[in-house]
Structures are given as structure tokens and as C-alpha cells.
Design a protein. Sequence first.
Length: 223
Amino acid sequence: MTDDDSQEEGNYDQIKCVVVGDGAVGKTCLLLSYSNNEFPDEYIPTICDNYSSNVEYKGHTVSLALWDTAGQEEYDQLRPLSYPDTNVFLVCFSVVNPSSLENVKSKWVPELKQSCPDTPIVLVGSKIDLRNDPEQKRKLQQKASQPLTEKEGEQMKVEIGANFYRECSAKTMEGLADVFECVIEAHYQHLLSKKDTESSNNQNSKSGKKGGKDKKKKDCLIM
């Protein structure tokens, strides 16, 4: 998928999507494979990088601004600076790294909720091409572990209250397009939910319920 430079600014919806997760779970590969249709040959740790892609969705063009972030602990203070104005978060883990799924619940979601309590989340299980790889299985067996199942990902989705759970491989591109369709769908679901809430609040106000000035809840807070 590539940018359409001929399309004028403002003629399409823009969605900011920030990708988080442990280091080396495949965040950068996921974004490169999706936006450039190519899989990188080597692992390059990311501090912060941006990609973009224009996507046709239900008859209109959506511009995805994709923000890659560093998962390493030394960037814990820098990373949240990319969170304001985020429309959707992609929270990634590797299906051949069980600790990366544990960290979704213990680290990543709490970090996001602190800054952006109401922003939608799409949970992504990456590297599914390695789930049945003999070498990966052998390494995990040495640690008395095994590859994560789709059911375990679905359970985590429920536990953290994510909008969707999807699995993909950046290398084979299996499931990749579906991941970003879910990003777009989560964004529009959130907009509709906010609209319904505002409409309900207006109805309550008209019915004579007492209250002070309306305070709109922000999706992201700058800490």
C-alpha cells in the first residue's frame, strides 16, 4: 500500500495509530511490510519512526499515520510523548515469546490507560509463521514453554478490554491487511460510541436533569 500524493489534504479521514509492545516482537516489520510491501532483512531497534498509508475503506479513503515506538525500558520516559491525539493503539506481542503477552497486561495497557484511558486498542499476535517452526519450539521447550495459541490471545483481549484481537505474519503478510482494517473499524466504532453518549447526555439535559457545565472527556492526556 502506498501514499496517493495526488490526493489533496483534507479530502480523507486521518487516523493516528501508535504501535507499542516489547522490543523484537515485530512491530517495525509489521509496519514496513504493510506500508511498503516488503519484509526487512535485519532487525533494527526503533526509537521512534513514522509511516503512512492510504486505504480504501467502505467507499472512501482513510489516511493511516502509523507511529512506531521503542519497546526497550530505557525509552519508557520518551515513548509516551507520541501518545497524545492517538486514535487507536496497536498493542503487539509475539506468539513465540510468552513473556511479551504477559507484558501486554502488566506493562503496556497500564501505560496506555494512564495517558489515554478511552483510546481504542487492537491486540495483535505477531510472527505466526514461527508458531509451528521446529527450532522455535525447541527453544521454548528448553524453557519449559511453548508457542502461544490463538485462544490465549483471545483471552487477553477480553482481560484488557481490547476492541479486536488479530494474528498476523509480517514475513508472509498473512492477516496483515485485516489488522489495519480492525484499526479503522475500531476508530469509527469509537466515534459512534462518543456520538451516542453525547446524544444521550443532551437528551438528559433537555429532560431537566441538573448539572454543571459539560466537560468533554479527552481520549489522551498529556502527563
